[in-house]
Design a protein around this ligand. Sequence first.
Ligand code: GUN
Ligand code: ZN
Length: 443
Amino acid sequence: MQHHSIKGFRASFLDAIADPFYVSEADCIRYFPDGLLIVENGKVKDLGNYQDLQAKYVDLPITEYRDRLIVSGFIDTHIHFPQTEMIASYGEQLLEWLSTYTFPTERKFADRNYALEIASIFLNELLRNGTTTALVFTAVFPQSTDAFFEEAQRRNLRMIAGKVMMDRNAPEFLRDTALSSYLETKQLIEKWHKCDRLLYAVTPRFALTSTPEQLTNISKLLQEYPDVYLHTHLSENVKEVEAVVAEFPESDGYLDVYDRAGLVTERSVFAHGVQLTDREFTRLSEAKSAIAFCPTSNLFLGSGLFKLEKAKSSETPVKVGLGTDVGAGTSFSILKTASAAYQVAQLRSQKLSAFQALFLATLGGARALCLEDKLGNFEIGKEADFVVLNLHSTPIMALRNQSSEAIAPTLAEISDQLFATIIMGDDRAISATYIMGELAHEA
Ligand code: GUN
Ligand code: ZN
């Protein structure tokens, strides 16, 4: 057990405390150009202007990042750890990409030691990119899930993951059964859910790879363990949607396959949703389910342009987070993912402001994962997972983000510089990553 610890960080701080898709930015965003963050036992104790707070916390050890911007840790709401090594695999769209590249790669994760090795590389890469929490697919082998959780636990990370469940339409070497997937998942939930900072997500790969019997058992698990998550893929690619409708002729569309099985809940996170109909958006809104918007993946696999403005409409609001979806996604960086999200919005004649992107990367992701009581900004009592950003990490970014002072003095100026950092930034913009107030990565 850790001893009592209290310390401070002096830097610029920026966070989102409400949703800028619905509330004016001035009421959503807090900015302290010269701020002081106090962390006590890994949680936020205080945040304010340095000059206002300093007298209250004399004699505290203070870490200074005077020309840096500190934001809440990035949240990746959809990623596959066994696909780390197959990122950027050439030429195919979803279904062929799965059979050509993904399934043979995931087969390797039957080997526990191999899974441990890749889990370690994967988590280090997330931290290098400022991602402190993720919702993660492991492989079909329970030992791959154990390996992931062990590595995450060692780093004291708040991670959500689950064993992939798939009992048809996949090579034999990757198939479980309705019964074995139920029993193995149950065992993993008992072992890992709420163990330290870890949480479990029941993880059917997608509708095509589950029999109705497996879907029934998944629904049973959600009833037996009401606070675990449901994490799967939904309506990513046109051919995929056609195949699902053919496989489940009695269903009224793709989402309805999950809905009839009782899998569309407040704790459900659906990756992609590129091909959703208006009726399906309405249903997701009603059910308070979340979508992981994965723009680099949707561009790389040619899946299409997600209708963010539809998900974030006032009529049928749906919770949205950003997902890298590595290995179909092309980067671990949530900055690069937000940049792609902006470009997808532009292709739909929409905009995505810097503060909206920051929201999706932090508090929006926390809300999508039902973790807004613990993560997403610097509200008092939340877990102190945060990122130290360098807005001058390349010569051109230093030129672009010049300012009258060491750090932008106004909200308008930091908005402009954050936008440029999102559009041009990558892992080089991450100076350091802190987990529960402890240094976990330093560039
Ligand atoms: N649909 C089913 N499995 C997958 C996967 O591994 N990646 C993506 N992007 N979509 C999927
Ligand atoms: Zn995926």
